[in-house]
Design a protein. Structure first.
Length: 306
């Protein structure tokens, strides 16, 4: 593949993104490793964030690094097996990231909901099953994306093959038979269900926090009102993460359509979409770091004092 100035610019930007994203996500993972080794008990929310962060790391590695190398002019650095493996991993962590965000949003909505008997029972069950559900989700996405390696081929073997869309470093078979349509419908249904639950729970959570803010507004002094209230900060974090994820997911879907129906080789366009697509796993850890209540500053001084 011939490297153009557009590919070079996007490649440099992607590389900068990857460095920032890996630093942020690795810091959070390192933080939880320290907690585990020091005997600290991880809350259900911590477990979800741990799985989400690990999925973000794999997402950056499996999607950002190959595309960056391709934009910087490296040719055929992955063989057929490497392409199948890297695309399979990306599909798994993409689904896992969606599930973790959905679970985090739903769990927080249940946690801050008004305490009645049904919600209390649901809250206790959620606390008990958060960890196992994350592990089961990894297995489910391993099985859901089992067809991915079949449809992926390396750049060398993709020569003289029709009905493929190229990513620069790997290619993907495109087909329009009934089995493929049903398989894509299953994947879209699972993703759509998670997105719907995440959106509903986030809206519910923002509504609860807004009502609570209005109820306790009269007990805050004028000086306190000038500061950022806990309700406002929680609402901002929720909306920021959910909106960023939905935008990232939408860009990912647009990229698939773009690469499927575009004529000719528009690899720099694919790179731009991927640059925008991996903004969530890069942006997410820095939002989470600002909300971690423990002494994160012990090994990440740049966070400053809380």
């Amino acid at each position: 593949m011939k490297m153009t100035s557009s590919n070079l610019v996007v490649g440099i930007l992607l590389f900068s993104q990857i460095v920032m994203g890996m630093l942020g996500n690795s810091s959070i993972l390192f933080y939880y490793v320290i907690l585990i080794f020091t005997g600290k008990h991880l809350t259900p929310k911590d477990l979800i964030i741990e799985h989400l962060t690990f999925a973000n790391c794999l997402s950056i590695i499996s999607k950002g690094i190959p595309q960056t190398l391709s934009d910087l002019g490296f040719k055929n650095f992955l063989d057929d097996i490497g392409c199948k493996l890297i695309m399979y991993i990306y599909r798994i962590v993409r689904g896992m990231s969606l599930y973790a965000m959905c679970l985090l949003s739903c769990f927080q909505a249940i946690t801050i909901s008004s305490g009645n008997s049904r919600l209390m029972i649901l809250k206790h069950r959620a606390v008990k099953y958060v960890g196992p559900s994350c592990l089961v989700s990894w297995l489910v996405h391993l099985l859901l994306n089992i067809m991915t390696p079949v449809k992926v081929i390396g750049p060398i073997s993709s020569k003289n093959v029709t009905n493929v869309m190229s990513y620069g470093y790997c290619s993907w078979f495109t087909s329009s038979n009934v089995a493929t349509a049903l398989y894509m419908f299953l994947l879209c249904f699972c993703d759509g269900l998670c997105l719907s639950l995440m959106t509903c729970s986030s809206v519910s959570m923002v509504n609860i926090l807004y009502k609570h803010k209005r109820q306790v507004k009269h007990i805050h002094s004028a000086q306190q009102l000038l500061k950022v209230l806990p309700e406002d900060k929680a609402t901002q974090i929720i909306l920021t993460l959910v909106c960023t994820f939905v935008i990232s997911y939408s860009i990912s879907s647009i990229r698939v359509i773009f690469t499927t129906y575009s004529e000719g080789s528009v690899l720099w366009g694919v790179s731009v979409f991927i640059f925008l697509e991996i903004c969530f796993p890069i942006f997410c850890p820095f939002v989470l770091i600002s909300n971690i209540k423990c002494s994160f500053k012990l090994f990440l001084p740049c966070c400053g004092k809380r």
